[in-house]
Design a protein around this ligand. Structure first.
Ligand SMILES: Cc1cc2nc3c(=O)[nH]c(=O)nc-3n(C[C@H](O)[C@H](O)[C@H](O)COP(=O)(O)OP(=O)(O)OC[C@H]3O[C@@H](n4cnc5c(N)ncnc54)[C@H](O)[C@@H]3O)c2cc1C
Length: 409
């Protein structure tokens, strides 16, 4: 092998994790011409505890044809406050404002799109740790494109030899190794409990086109029912420190919906972590995206659109850093330097707004229920879900911020 020939265990970019953040990152970097490898510990397709609700910002940024993936759409909403004060809005045959997918299907399709763009995928490979090396790499000596500098990241995997990359994108979710390596700090840790319930035709029909949101008894928690034909996805999410109360809420919620005896395809729990405002998004040549970076809406805990958008930004930055021929934006180490600011610019205002609303919602769920159930609010709610406006933009309206701040005190 000549000095500029690359060995099989060496890549421009290694992406750890094949969720929406990893699939999106790998696709962006590979499409720009970088040599990309995705490492995923599970075999794909794999299950992920998630409601699978795709808001407008997710469908806008998913970058693949969703036609065969959407199991159901939603055009009406029922809201309750811990099972009481039921309010229903919208018509079930009206224009839909939310799409439902199974994450098994979505993540597999995103990974296939990354492969089609040229990424190499290795499944059943668990990453155990990362180590940054500063020495020159022989094969970089003859590289025709500008490089970050003479260094790389060594990626340790279970049961195999180390792999190497010039840039690593950590997209390994809320409990992954990459966030720890980068030093991501989170100041909100929640647990979601969720099941996929198989129901008879009559119950499926009752929920067709309609979703349920229930503001929960545990401060800051809520529950949902998402219809997906003969499967109903039902879950609750809230502060991990209140785990026992959340479990109790989940069981009562399921019972109230008449689903306690229904067969469950899956019944599982998963953490979500929201990053502290000044938490790092990069360490050296390792970038983090999606849940691994703690990027999600603190109030709704919606995270797919955050994973898709930050994953793509990370993929573009990595492509620029390694001098991929189709990269746009800054090149070399400037591309990595720019990544945190780009994420902050796009996702920072949404996260700040989500925090503010969570504060109000945690302290005054009853007032929030009354406000959201108000006759004029449904139109705003659907525009938020569709991504035609954002909570951040709404909070800039005169009087709204003051009111939300007052509720949060
Ligand atoms: C109960 C619940 C319901 C939710 N509902 C919604 C919803 O309806 N809509 C929405 O937008 N968001 C929802 N979210 C949030 C959403 O699921 C996450 O924000 C989203 O999955 C983040 O994507 P990601 O790619 O960053 O991480 P993940 O989807 O978690 O993907 C990480 C991947 O990395 C792999 N991995 C982990 N460790 C390693 C390792 N060491 N080596 C190799 N691979 C590894 C994992 O196997 C996984 O495939 C929900 C979350 C929960 C908990």
């Amino acid at each position: 092998m000549g000095t500029s020939e690359r060995p099989d265990d060496t890549f421009d970019v290694i992406v750890v994790g094949a969720g929406p953040a990893g699939g999106s990152a790998a696709r962006a970097a590979a499409a720009a011409g970088a040599r990309v490898c995705v490492l995923e510990r599970s075999s794909m397709p794999r299950y992920k505890t998630c409601g699978g609700g795709l808001v407008g910002l997710s469908t806008d940024h998913v970058g693949i044809d969703l036609a065969g993936l959407v199991r159901a759409t939603v055009s009406s909403l029922t809201m309750t406050l811990d099972g009481r004060y039921t309010v229903s809005r919208g018509q079930r045959n009206a224009r839909p404002w939310l799409s439902m997918v199974m994450r098994t299907d979505l993540d597999a399709a995103l990974l296939a799109a990354a492969e089609a763009a040229g990424a190499i995928v290795r499944t059943g490979v668990q990453v155990l740790g990362l180590r940054e090396e500063a020495e020159p790499v022989a094969w970089l000596a003859g590289a025709a494109v500008p490089v970050v500098d003479d260094g790389w990241v060594s990626v340790r995997v279970r049961g195999g030899a180390d792999l190497r990359a010039r840039v690593v994108i950590g997209a390994d979710g809320a409990s992954g190794r990459c966030g720890t390596h980068v030093g991501v700090r989170c100041d909100q840790i929640d647990v979601g409990l969720e099941g996929e319930f198989v129901v008879d035709a009559a119950l499926a029909e009752r929920w067709a086109g309609r979703m349920l949101l229930d503001w929960g008894p545990v401060p800051g928690s809520y529950g949902w029912l998402f219809p997906k034909g003969r499967v109903l996805t039902v879950g609750v999410i809230g502060d991990r420190a209140r785990g026992a109360a959340l479990r109790d809420y989940y069981e009562r919620f399921v019972e109230r919906l008449g689903l306690a005896g229904a067969p469950r395809q899956h019944d599982s729990g998963h953490l979500t972590r929201v990053r502290a405002v000044d938490s790092p998004l990069r360490r050296g040549r390792v970038l983090v995206a999606g849940d691994a970076a703690g990027l999600l809406d603190p109030w709704t805990r919606e995270g797919i659109s955050f994973a898709l958008r930050s994953g793509r930004l990370a993929g573009e930055a990595a492509a620029g850093a390694v001098g991929a021929p189709g990269a746009t934006g800054p090149a070399g180490s400037a591309a990595l330097d720019a990544y945190p600011a780009r994420v902050e610019a796009v996702l920072g205002p949404e996260m700040a707004a989500g925090r503010e609303v969570l504060g109000a919602f945690t302290r005054r769920p009853g007032v929030m229920h009354a406000l959201m159930a108000g006759p004029g609010t449904f139109g705003l709610f659907t525009r938020l879900i569709e991504g035609r406006t954002t909570v951040a933009r709404q909070l800039r309206r005169p009087g709204v911020r003051t009111a939300v701040a007052a509720l949060g005190r």
